[in-house]
Design a protein around this ligand. Structure first.
Ligand code: ADP
Length: 501
């Protein structure tokens, strides 16, 4: 653990953090929760309170939905696509100019290393607004040559129009607070919808600040409403709201299932980006240095709190002992501490609950007989730190091999053949991502073809882009975020027939 003196935060952020209560953002205005309740958000590196936040619940969601509905009919609905593009590009420019301050805010609220926030979360968030900023003028329909058997020889013009779905509810998690907000808001707005955004209760601040930036960029009041609050109150109110036309959710499979059930009331559309237990497969002919880096990026990025964590690493037996020793050795050398220090590579977990949950799974790993090769304990002192943890010789039926841990804990397994490893890799309820490391191009593509996952990386890990689709199969969810696919998520197709006879 390093406790170097930390840099001062950006003056704009200092001003933001000095607010007594971070209010909800409804209809373009900061408001208290109808209940008057607040909750505290905590800096997980120190355990100290970072600020009080208005705790939205069903009444506030009602107000936010009413504002969003009104805004659909207001100036937002009347803007031309070119005008919407201009606004989204302005959002990207403002966010880029304030990247340092936003990166520091997510580091303070989530604990992530500032170097990851600055190299990942911020540039990706900006890129999402730039990418989707280009879309409004390119969302087109098509024409279809139609034949009507009961009206022989008749002529029609048939065309389609892609319309906004309406009011979208976005429920997002705490692992990439700003990035998850940007990933939803950019396409939602590009398609002309309005939105009620609920950030996670652990990390509500950057979404609220982004909401204010959007107003400054020219997004009209009521288009983006930000309602922080607890999952079972504010989140559940969004999921079942009769005035919300679509819900986009990223989080645990368990909560995703609740949201799908709740959405049935008004048949709202849903997209789900859920958990994972992703296989990272290293063949003996791989570039071992690159593979070792890939194992690290896969499991230790963001303290392992990624839905795409490469938590099950399968290593072909001839390469197993050497690679396992290298991974364990490097895990012990990771610089852990307060993420604001630019030298830090690993911060704390997001909360005490999360830290305790991960520790209890680590204990399960030990008691079920997995070989602990590095870490395996909490870091002493303040904050919710846990040592980077490596388990070797893990058996497929152990709890740590099956359950999503969502922490810096990796399971290493030896394997002997392609068929065996593909079977074992696929033998999970999840199917978000998978990776294969080999110099044999045929083997790589054949494996990519057989792996049941929404994203497959070959000789790389944790690569994402605003333009490339993201999402899973099986219990990792459905629907795709990013790229042109998200345009389908947030528009509805209308078919128009014109009688030309
Ligand atoms: P994680 O395991 O990453 O904390 P969760 O699925 O618990 O993920 O939380 C993701 C998001 O879902 C958060 O914004 C949380 O508040 C919200 N949430 C939690 N429970 C519910 C619920 N019952 N209904 C709707 N949203 C919920």
């Amino acid at each position: 653990m390093t406790t170097a003196s930390l840099p001062d935060v950006h003056p704009l952020l200092k001003e933001f953090l000095a607010r007594k209560v971070h209010k909800l953002l409804i209809d373009g205005k900061p408001v208290d929760a109808a209940s008057g309740k607040t909750f505290e958000t905590v800096n997980p590196a120190t355990g100290e309170a970072l600020g009080a936040v208005a705790a939205g619940d069903a009444a506030d969601v009602d107000a936010a939905v009413a504002a969003a509905r009104k805004a659909l009919e207001g100036p937002w609905g009347k803007m031309t696509p070119a005008e919407r593009e201009k606004v989204l590009h302005k959002v990207a420019d403002l966010l880029e100019a304030r990247a340092e301050a936003f990166a520091q805010l997510d580091t303070l609220d989530n604990g992530k290393p500032i170097r990851e926030a600055k190299s990942g979360d911020l540039p990706l968030s900006v890129a999402l607004f730039r990418y989707y900023g280009g879309w409004p003028t390119k969302i087109t329909g098509d024409t279809t040559p139609v034949s009507v058997p009961y009206y022989p020889g008749a002529k029609f013009l048939q065309y389609t129009v892609r319309e906004p779905i309406g009011v979208v509810g976005a429920i997002i998690p705490w692992n990439f607070p700003l990035l998850m907000a940007a990933e939803r808001l950019a396409p939602i707005l590009a398609c002309g919808n309005t939105v009620v955004l609920k950030p996670a209760e652990q990390t509500p601040l950057s979404a609220l600040w982004l909401g204010e930036l959007l107003l400054e960029a020219g997004v009209p009041a009521g288009v983006v409403n930000v309602v922080p609050g607890l999952g079972p109150t504010a989140g559940a109110a969004i999921a079942k709201h009769m005035g919300i036309d679509k819900v986009t959710f990223t989080g645990s499979t368990e909560v995703g299932r609740e949201i799908v059930k709740a959405s049935a009331g008004n048949m709202k559309r849903v997209t789900m980006e859920l958990g994972g237990k992703s296989p990272n497969i290293i063949f003996a002919d791989a570039d071992m240095e690159a593979a070792a880096r890939g194992i690290f990026a896969g499991i230790f990025y963001n303290q392992g709190q990624t839905c795409s964590a490469g938590s099950r690493v399968f290593i072909e037996r001839p390469a197993y002992d050497k690679l396992v020793a290298a991974v364990a050795d490097r895990a012990g050398k990771i610089k852990q501490g307060n993420g604001l220090d630019p030298k830090i590579a690993m911060g704390p977990l997001v909360s005490k609950e999360q830290r305790d949950r991960v520790l209890s799974l680590v204990e399960k790993g030990k008691s079920e007989g997995a070989k602990l090769l590095a870490g395996g304990a909490a870091q002493p002192g303040a904050g919710w730190f846990i040592q980077p943890t490596v388990f070797g010789d893990v058996k497929d039926d152990m709890t740590i091999a099956r359950e999503e841990i969502f922490g810096p804990v990796v399971c290493l397994f030896p394997f002997d053949s392609v068929d065996e490893v593909i079977d074992r890799a696929n033998s999970t309820d999840y199917g978000l991502v998978a990776a294969v490391w080999t110099k044999d191009i045929k083997k790589a593509h054949l494996a990519a073809n057989r792996l049941k996952a929404g994203v497959v990386w070959i000789n790389c890990y944790q690569f994402v882009d605003a333009a490339a689709p993201w999402g899973g199969v099986k219990q990792s969810g459905y629907g795709r975020e990013k790229g042109p696919y998200a345009i389908e998520n947030y528009t509805s197709v209308k078919s128009v027939w014109v009688d030309l006879n």
